[in-house]
Design a protein around this ligand. Sequence first.
Ligand SMILES: *[C@@H]1O[C@H](CO)[C@@H](O)[C@H](O)[C@H]1NC(C)=O
Ligand SMILES: *[C@@H]1O[C@H](CO)[C@@H](O)[C@H](O)[C@H]1NC(C)=O
Ligand SMILES: *[C@@H]1O[C@H](CO)[C@@H](O)[C@H](O)[C@H]1NC(C)=O
Ligand SMILES: *[C@@H]1O[C@H](CO)[C@@H](O)[C@H](O)[C@H]1NC(C)=O
Ligand SMILES: *[C@@H]1O[C@H](CO)[C@@H](O)[C@H](O)[C@H]1NC(C)=O
Ligand SMILES: *[C@@H]1O[C@H](CO)[C@@H](O)[C@H](O)[C@H]1NC(C)=O
Ligand SMILES: *[C@@H]1O[C@H](CO)[C@@H](O)[C@H](O)[C@H]1NC(C)=O
Ligand SMILES: *[C@@H]1O[C@H](CO)[C@@H](O)[C@H](O)[C@H]1NC(C)=O
Length: 871
Amino acid sequence: MVRASTLLPLLASAAGIFTAEAKKIAGETRHIAGSYIVEFEDSQDSAEFFSHIGSKAETRMNLDYKLFKGASIQFKDLKTAEQEATKLNSLASVKQVWPNRVYSLPKDEVVWTGQAGGVDYIRNVKRQLGNDTFTPHVMTQVEKLRSEGVTGKGIKIGIIDSGVDYTHPALGGCFGGADCLFQFGTDIVGDDYNGDNIPVPDPDPYDGCGGHGTHVSGIIAAQANELGFTGAAPGVTLGMFRVFGCTGGAANDVLIDAYMQAFEAGSNIITASIGGSSGWSEDPWSVAVSRIVEAGVPCTVSAGNDGVVGMFYASTASNGKRVTSIASIDNEVTPLLLTESEFTVDSGDQESFGYAIGEPGEWANVSLPLYTPSFDITEAAQGCETFAADTPDLSGYIVLIRRGTCTFVQKATNAAAAGAKYVLFYNNVSPGATSPATTGVDGILGTGMVTASQGEAWVAALEAGSEISLNMLDPLTAPVSLSYEANTATGGFASSFTTWNPTFEMDIKPQLASPGGNILSTYPIPLGTYAVLSGTSMACPLVAAIFALVSNVRGTLDPATIENLLSATANPQLLNDGTATYSTLAPVMQLGAGIVQAYDAAYATTLLSKSSLAFNDTDNFVDTLNFTITNLGTEEVTYDLGSVGASTGYTFSDSIYPDPFPGVELTDEYATVALSESKVTVAAGEEVTVSVTVTPPALDASRLPVYSGYITLNGTNGDSLSLPYNGAVGSLHDTRVLDIGYLSLSSDPDFNPIGGNGSSFVLPAANSSDTDTTYPVAVVLLAFGSPQVNIKVVPANASADAEGSHIFGSPIFYASRDPYTVAWDGRLADGLLAPAGAYTLRIEALHIFGDAADPAEYDADDSVSFSIRYS
Ligand SMILES: *[C@@H]1O[C@H](CO)[C@@H](O)[C@H](O)[C@H]1NC(C)=O
Ligand SMILES: *[C@@H]1O[C@H](CO)[C@@H](O)[C@H](O)[C@H]1NC(C)=O
Ligand SMILES: *[C@@H]1O[C@H](CO)[C@@H](O)[C@H](O)[C@H]1NC(C)=O
Ligand SMILES: *[C@@H]1O[C@H](CO)[C@@H](O)[C@H](O)[C@H]1NC(C)=O
Ligand SMILES: *[C@@H]1O[C@H](CO)[C@@H](O)[C@H](O)[C@H]1NC(C)=O
Ligand SMILES: *[C@@H]1O[C@H](CO)[C@@H](O)[C@H](O)[C@H]1NC(C)=O
Ligand SMILES: *[C@@H]1O[C@H](CO)[C@@H](O)[C@H](O)[C@H]1NC(C)=O
Ligand SMILES: *[C@@H]1O[C@H](CO)[C@@H](O)[C@H](O)[C@H]1NC(C)=O
């Protein structure tokens, strides 16, 4: 038994999990109260089930599909829901019952969106793109396939997302018709769906409020447009299955339904840029996606944007068996879409510059000289203080101020106090410029931002005594220019936000990586028409498109074949932590096989039988794994075999919580790899088996280091391949999973622990609509994933070895390493109210690979005692 007193230092840091900052990164695992997903036994009639639930539950969704027969239901009486759900398991017609979880819309970074002015806003853009030189395509060899005319023609890709603005001219302009890019799909939920309420389907997957799905769609198949790019596979036909309303999340039943509909509609490939922290392939949504892959349809799912949370934070459904999980690489260039205007230096020629228009943006016909309060281009807080007393009247100038430290509003207010009507900020970081908002500052008519390099050049000229005059064009008619600034810090390397794996059962994730950081694509017309976004959400659809291109060339859609080819031909990348690049390779748990190389995968004549080799942890260590090399070519090939290590990462340092990233300690102490041969010759059409024997590095097992690397194969036919592997030193089973379980109050937004015994709660007796009640809350801080978390109450006068009773909502299965809070209204798992009296909470979290029936396999913690009575 873990004693609370020994945990106080950890609690101090763990309590920080509830700060607003950390809430953004820590996953939120939320279930819909009283709602369950039920899967029926294949051979059984579901009538038994429906007659059993009778009027006790409403059917949310009928999931009557080839690969998933079941329903999602909502018990009307929340008080008895848990008990009723438990009873369902004993019905002959029921195979499995899961609580219905809600997933949030992915938190991708919006780097830039066009102004809400629609298509007309973006025109006269400089067309720099002749051949396919769109960097995400060059980085992944898509452009090489495209130059051969490979477009994904004949392939149907089903997208699960927030819907799409198919009226966008670059997305075909229509829905459903034979000439439309979007030929199939549906709206499963309706605009008003928020994840908790009942979805209201309609046949039209239009999205004018979200934007995410429109961006994803363009990455796959945008048609030629005024910005000069296309999607990677513009010849495919698309289906959109809308699972998000205008606000909130999407529940498991909706996601399963969407996948099954996409499958039955004949999608050849299904992609979803959606996820939630998990680490367990047993999650019901993962299970459903795995089945579709097993049935022959490749499924790509984004790996997640929680890189900062560190190792073992796998996201569902990407963590499903056979599901292709996609990590993100930063684009080598950052696309800049800026409104053009003109300026002169002294009596020189008219030159043009680009800026991001702010709010307000009344720039039309403004012609004024430029003034800056400081020539110091490194000053952090420029313009944050009242302007100097000798500042001229600024009403006759456009004021140039460096971005940083205080708000745009603060700076604009100070400039306005000196008379300014127009303010241009210049960026303090490279690349790019974003739209500043100074709405509400008296006297300011126009604001905007130029890039750091433009601002610094102007300041240098002003300092040299030149006069700079800006002749602002009307933003409504001014050209918009698309330019690209090289990303020298992280371009080509892992995006620092990409989620770290593996799963809690040592499954290798992610499989592949592709550009997802700073990606230009389509956006709903009402929201600006085009946007630059960053996320694994942007990396995933590109790989779905590449599956289509590779399929065109090879004539197969077999998920394993294409995944194995893409994995073998992908390029591992050097480690980069967002600021610096290291000389060792990024680990497999971050980037999988590396960045995909579409052309090499399409034409490789060597096929490996696996996409990765998992050696598991020390307890479950398999020292030797085999793979086969098949030579599909017409000539004998000799392969040189070798291996290369990637950075080993320690999960823990001085805490039971995994380290954040950056912060994960990485070393170049690799596993030793012995291969059954160092050179093999494979005759045309033949296959040869190679055995890989691993000796893990001798490292501190208590810190759970995860090692990884690649088996390399160089063929005399020119194929240069690599096969990722990983494993862990230490015991997942022996890893402590529970930090602490304690009592808190529903009225405390920070869920601080109650320090002493004896708090008392007055709970509503039944069906009370009283919202002022303060409930006792069980807080469970999981430092690591647990397959089963029990929350029980034990009468305070019970003997020390008393078992306790599950409260309503307990147990929680397949918990991620996140904080969980469960308010207790007095109900036990059987739906009945516990007698009034004194209790302690007992929190139990089962170890990974632990035996649920053995109490010794749980970490446990008791809370202080408290009493309840009913009003
Ligand atoms: C496209 O690339 C080919 C081969 O590199 C080149 O010959 C051609 O001029 C390019 N076309 C354009 C429009 O840039
Ligand atoms: C800007 O000047 C042009 C040409 O003089 C004029 O047509 C236009 O109406 C002006 N725009 C505004 C917003 O004042
Ligand atoms: C690791 O071993 C455990 C226990 O046998 C097993 O459940 C798990 O699936 C294994 N993981 C992998 C990736 O093979
Ligand atoms: C690997 O291959 C070797 C040699 O062909 C064989 O003896 C061994 O049983 C294989 N191991 C596995 C795990 O398949
Ligand atoms: C394969 O070729 C690469 C690149 O030339 C080289 O770094 C690697 O060592 C080679 N591997 C083997 C096993 O020869
Ligand atoms: C609460 O009561 C228990 C049992 O009597 C005791 O062991 C514990 O120290 C008390 N805790 C506090 C904070 O007083
Ligand atoms: C609570 O409400 C439910 C449904 O509204 C009703 O069936 C039940 O009798 C009520 N229970 C009590 C104790 O009022
Ligand atoms: C604990 O207290 C309750 C009343 O609060 C009583 O009914 C029960 O018998 C007591 N149990 C023990 C083991 O003393």
